[in-house]
Write a protein that binds this ligand. Structure first.
Ligand code: S3P
Length: 752
């Protein structure tokens, strides 16, 4: 049935650059309906018509309201009061056929003006703010691409009509913008820091220099830095006067914070305090560079409550070969520990082979936030200016460690012994993981720690609590718990002893030894005495056997494969994967075995051989704990059944890895049976395809994502893996290396 649809009629009130650009964008997008404009300057209206941006307009608002369906208020913030007054007189509040929105840079003041004008906030008023602009003004400067790819923040209240919000959302999306929502107060605080403060500084710097006698000379020689920094000082003065008047409180708070930071830097310069300068500059420079990867995907998103996130999807073609000689990135466990011990040591620690993945970078950034000067990473090289065990400074906010369980648990130990309070937060996956396993024994040592429900993050650690050494019998085989307690033990009175039910990776003990800190071991127990000191020592991080695993399995299952993985760490507490693959019949050799910086290293040569299913020895489970997703893929290609038990820990990794792999196997058609603490996998054997293709979900778990990508080598159709962005936590460059040895993979950025 045909409905009579009223043509939309848009009225832009205030036809400057912002309103004009919206009209231009809508025209360019082929939007239907009339576009009208109202502006006190008749010349602006005439220009708008001449440019083809608007159909008609005038200087009197009341005369333009007939049959208008959407009103966009684009007048300066302080002029908003009068405009809202006119709209109130004309009775547009609550009219379901009209939606009103605005583009003001501050929202609290406009909400107040609307409440004053209308008596209460009308449900058809959707306050909004496009985060886009230009130092130019006037309709003549309109730019149809101004909003393209920019964010528009809407700040609806609980009483705003959802239909009205949806209308405004569609309007901005048609202009090419990305729309998100937040509360008014939050918006004003965020904008005070990210937009208003920088404008204030730019205006002030240019004005200060412009009033000096030699200003001509200064401006003549001012190069790129000055130009970049001060571009926004050319912005519209009236608009900015209004913004600073309207958002006074939030701007003053942001300015106070800035002045405190500036005072510290001033002191550092005055005292020629090179470390203080380096620490601030490094922190800032890296925060700036890693802004996209660290912040955009995580805390930034949480802060902005982004609804729509782009996710990364891999599409791995069936078949392929696995040949060549490659070096996978540095070991994640060793990289975390190198930064931690280097920061707490006395002297300068040079690290090479550092993993530039998001997890270890989160650890590095956290130390910068606690005042440690760290140079790099530059191609795996990091220089850490250690501050000693008692030299960390209180960070200014929570320490965000992203996806990194190791960072959170090891930090819990070393921060429990500090004199200041800290809070540790992480991403959605980390927030679901158990932290009681570290919080409970730390409390026994005297630490005061708050967790969220069920012992989950965030962790709030109260400083200044004297710790006492304990003897702890670990209920699970966990290197993270052991390391956490040893790090806390550095700050504790007396001895801290940890007994492990099965051997777990011993990088912490080895590296403490390398930094001159005595750690003893007898059988299944290791211990240290608090109160000593760490001395800086160079660290050469070997390639990560956990990353190498994906290629070991790729070669193990692919007929004709012959691959060498160089410089891989083969610490006996990490080689479960080598032992298990060999038991399955893999042709895997260690060549060129040597020791670097206290860790054994070798080149691993692996050639294709038929695999057979095995019962995985229980003692190998902790030694291969991160390698099971890939090993399950080996099992799916082996002849017969592979059985794993006593591996319930896999359920509390970055995802529930038993469930995630079983779900993927169900889609690919791999026969399996899931148990609470393990899985049976029925392998296909032979040399042909072992299973089908399909679309599987990695659940944001890097190792699940890489395991299913490798599985495609023996699938009969492509395997698409969703949610792969977290591969960057442990294995930046995975796709490039995989392609280099002969896999076919495409990466696609998709909207969730
Ligand atoms: C790690 C220990 C293991 C491992 C993790 C890294 C470490 O965790 O799974 O990827 O660096 O200490 P658990 O201690 O929870 O077994």
């Amino acid at each position: 049935m045909a409905h009579e649809v009223r043509e939309p009629r848009l009225l832009i009130v205030g036809l400057g650059l912002i309103g004009g650009s919206l009209a231009a964008a809508l025209r360019a997008a082929g939007a239907k309906g009339e576009i009208l404009a109202c502006d006190p300057d008749a010349d602006e209206i005439a220009r708008g018509i001449e440019m083809g941006l608007i159909d008609r307009g005038g200087t009197c608002l009341a005369a333009l309201l007939d049959d208008v369906s959407l009103i966009v208020l684009a007048v300066p913030v302080l002029a908003m009061r009068d405009v809202l007054g006119t709209l109130a007189e004309q009775g547009v509040a609550g009219d379901p056929s009209v939606v009103i929105t605005d583009v003001g840079s501050t929202k609290g003041a406009i909400r107040e003006a609307a409440e004053a004008a209308f008596g209460s906030l009308p449900n058809n008023l959707v306050l909004g703010h496009p985060i886009a602009g230009s130092e130019k003004s006037g309709v003549a400067s309109s730019d149809a691409r101004l909003y393209m790819g920019h964010k528009v923040i809407l700040t609806p209240s609980a009483t705003t009509a959802p239909d009205a919000v949806a209308r405004v959302r569609r309007l901005w999306q048609a202009a090419g913008a990305e729309v998100l929502e937040m509360e008014v107060e939050h918006h004003d605080q965020v904008l005070a820091r990210t937009s208003h403060l920088p404008h204030l500084l730019a205006f002030s710097l240019v004005d200060t220099l412009a009033r000096q006698d030699d200003r001509l000379e200064i401006f003549r020689y001012a190069a790129g830095g000055f130009r970049d920094f001060t571009r926004i000082a050319g912005s519209d003065p009236v608009m900015w006067r209004d913004i600073f008047t309207a958002n006074r409180h939030a701007v003053l708070t942001a300015l106070d914070d800035f002045e405190a930071g500036l005072a510290c830097l001033r002191r550092a310069v005055a005292d020629s305090d090179a470390d203080a300068m380096l620490s601030t500059f490094d922190r800032a420079s890296h925060a700036r560079r890693y802004f996209d990867s660290l912040l955009n995907q995580s805390s930034y998103q949480a802060e902005y409550q982004m609804q729509e996130q782009a996710t990364l999807r891999y599409r791995a073609g069936p078949g392929g070969e696995v040949r060549g000689r490659i070096r996978v990135p540095g070991d994640k466990s060793v990289s975390h520990r190198a930064i931690m011990l280097g920061a707490l040591a006395e002297g300068v620690t040079e690290v090479s082979g550092f993993l530039e993945g998001e997890d270890s970078l989160a650890t590095l950034q956290a130390f910068r936030e606690m005042g440690v000067a760290i140079e790099g990473p530059h191609q795996g090289r990091v220089t850490i200016h250690g501050v000693g065990l008692h030299g960390l400074k209180a960070p200014s906010g929570p320490l965000y460690v992203g996806n990194a369980g190791t960072a959170m648990r090891l930090f819990a130990g070393l921060l429990a012994g500090q004199s200041f309070d800290t809070e540790l937060t992480g991403d959605v996956s980390l927030t679901k993981r158990p932290m009681g396993r570290v919080a409970d024994p730390l409390r026994e040592m005297g630490a005061v720690i708050e967790t969220a429900e069920g012992g989950r993050p965030p962790l709030k650690l109260h400083g200044g609590k004297g710790l006492k050494g304990i003897t702890y019998d670990m209920p699970m085989a966990s290197a993270q718990v052991k390391s956490c307690l040893l790090l806390a033990g550095l700050y504790a009175e007396g001895e801290t002893r940890v007994r492990e039910p099965a051997p777990t990776r011993d990088h912490t003990e080895r590296m403490l030894g390398g930094f001159g800190y005595r750690v003893d071991r007898e059988g299944d127990t290791c211990w240290l005495e608090g109160g000593g000191a760490l001395t800086a020592a160079p660290i050469d991080v070997p390639s990560d056997i956990s990353s190498a695993t994906f290629f070991l399995v790729a070669a193990a299952i692919t007929p004709g494969a012959d691959l060498v993985l160089e410089h891989v760490g083969v610490n006996p507490t990490r080689i479960g994967v080598i032992n298990i693959l060999r038991l399955m019949g893999a042709d895997l050799r260690l060549e060129n075995e040597r020791e670097v910086g206290g860790e054994p290293v070798a080149d691993l040569r692996i050639r294709y051989a038929l695999l057979k299913g095995i019962d995985i020895p229980v003692d190998q489970v902790p030694l291969a704990i991160d390698e099971f997703p890939a090993l399950f893929v080996a099992a799916a290609n082996a002849e017969g059944v592979t059985r794993l038990r006593d591996a319930a820990e896999l359920r509390v990794k970055e995802s529930d890895r038993l469930q995630a792999m079983a779900d993927g196997f169900s889609i690919l058609g791999v026969e399996h049976r899931l148990y609470e603490d393990g899985i049976d996998i029925v392998g296909q054997g032979g040399e042909g395809p072992s299973y089908g293709g399909g679309r599987v979900d990695s659940l944001g778990d890097h190792r699940i994502a890489m395991a299913f990508t490798v599985a495609a080598l023996r699938a009969n159709a492509p395997i698409t893996v969703d949610d792969c962005a977290n591969v960057a936590t442990s294995f930046p460059g995975f796709i490039d290396l995989a392609r280099r040895v002969g896999l076919t993979i495409e990466a696609q950025q998709e909207d969730a």
